[in-house]
Every structure is written in C-alpha cells, then in structure tokens.
Design a protein around this ligand. Sequence first.
Ligand code: ADP
Ligand code: MN
Length: 253
Amino acid sequence: KVSKADDDLRKLLSEKRIKGIEDRQVGSEVFDSMTLKTLYKLSKMGHIHILKGAISTGKEANVFKGYNKDNELVAVKIYRVRSSDFKKMQYYIQGDPRFNVRTSNKRQIINTWVTKEYRNLMRAYEVGVNVPKPIIAKNNVLVMEFVGDEEGNPALPLRQSKISNPQEVLEKIVDYVKILYKDAKLVHGDLSSYNILINDGEPVIIDMGQGVLVNHPVSMELLNRDIDNLVKDFKKLGIHITKDEIKSKIMDL
Ligand code: ADP
Ligand code: MN
C-alpha cells in the first residue's frame, strides 16, 4: 500500500521540472539527501506539492517556483550547504541576541540562517513592509509567498524592471526602510536593486537573511550601506537624492 506521503514525495520528485533542474547540474547540488528529506517533510505538511523550475540560481541559494497542496503559488528558497558563506553567516548570527549558537557545524549554521531570514521577513511583514509573507523555515529550505502575477510569472528585480515612477518607488522604499528601523528595529543589510522586486509597479523587499536588529554591532554600518545603494541605484534611474536626505527621513531628523 502506498501512503499519501509516499505518493506526495513521488509526485514531488517525479515532477519533470525537477529532473530538468538536475540535468542542468544545479539539482544534484541542491537536492542532497538531507534537502530531499526536508522537501519530503514539507510536502507531507502540504507546503510544497509541486516544485517547478528555478526562478533564480544564486551564489548560495536557489529559488524555485512551486505550488502548495491548495494549488497556491509559493517561492521555495533552498540554500546549498556546499556553497554557503559560513564565515559571513556566523559573523551576523553571533551578534544577534535572538540566536545563541556556538557551533561550527555547517548545517546548523545554515539552519539558523534560514530561521533568521524567516523571522526577519515575519517581523517586516508584521509592521506592514511589503515583503513576501514567510510560510515556513525548515533546515535549509524557506517557503514563502510567491511574488509575481497570477499566471506564475515572477516579479523582476528593480535592476531589470522598467519603472515609470522612480520617485514614487524610492519614497515607498525609504518609508519601508524607516518602518523597518523604527517599528521592527531591523536593518535589511543587503538592500539593493537585486533585492527589491517590482510587482505590478509596487516595490517588494526580499532576501532578509542578513538583516540584523538595530542593536547589533554592525547595524549602523549596514544601514549606511543600504542607503548608499539606494542613492546609487536611483541615480541610474534619474533621481538625485543625497545620502543625508534619505538618512534624515529614516531617522526623522
Ligand atoms: P539570493 O540570496 O540568491 O540573492 P534572493 O532571496 O535574493 O536570494 O532570491 C534570488 C532571486 O529569486 C530574486 O532576485 C528574485 O528574482 C527571486 N525571488 C526570491 N524570492 C522570491 C519570491 N518570494 N517570489 C518571487 N521571486 C523571488
Ligand atoms: Mn538576493
């Protein structure tokens, strides 16, 4: 007798697109046996029913499009244990009072990192910042709301988007950075035109694994860098605003 769970796993693993991914080499790296077990558990829980193609194959993680058991679109971010930057991860985790990990176990570091990303997204979501709603973090896998249209086309990063109203988009982003700082007590730490998606004209902030609490020793350095990036990115879009102007908006000076 085939159990429902086994059936789900079979569906998950036999989905053509996963094979397609494996053919392109990244699959063998992404879907090591621990990752497969994690995907299996997530499928049993109903969070991932079908895994479709990769939206992005990044340095440390791949992001896939998927569907949950209710046939709703989800984004599935899977960190590769082999190519993650543990030094960086450890550095950011250590100063974070939410986590108490003293380990050099790579898997544990990644798991904490993914939990951190989940919790940062949740904090941002709860104060009303436009981020993908996080659904679940398990081991090296983060499942979150899919950002894109109903047909399943993912939203493009700001860098690749054509926006007609850069001034308005910048104001919204600065407002998000401000409420992140003031209400969620969080600094993104990796804000750039890669980590801002434009969904139907609206900016959506993603990739919050690196985010730190404002009392983290590097929070100001990261906030300054985030602001520098905004100045540079929007200069390319024809908006001239200084770092100090943005900073005074965020700090209410
Ligand atoms: P990385 O650590 O590789 O930079 P990101 O979280 O920035 O990971 O995701 C990489 C890319 O995947 C993004 O630039 C975006 O194109 C896509 N992406 C990430 N999360 C989502 C999502 N929730 N919905 C749609 N696309 C996403
Ligand atoms: Mn990114």
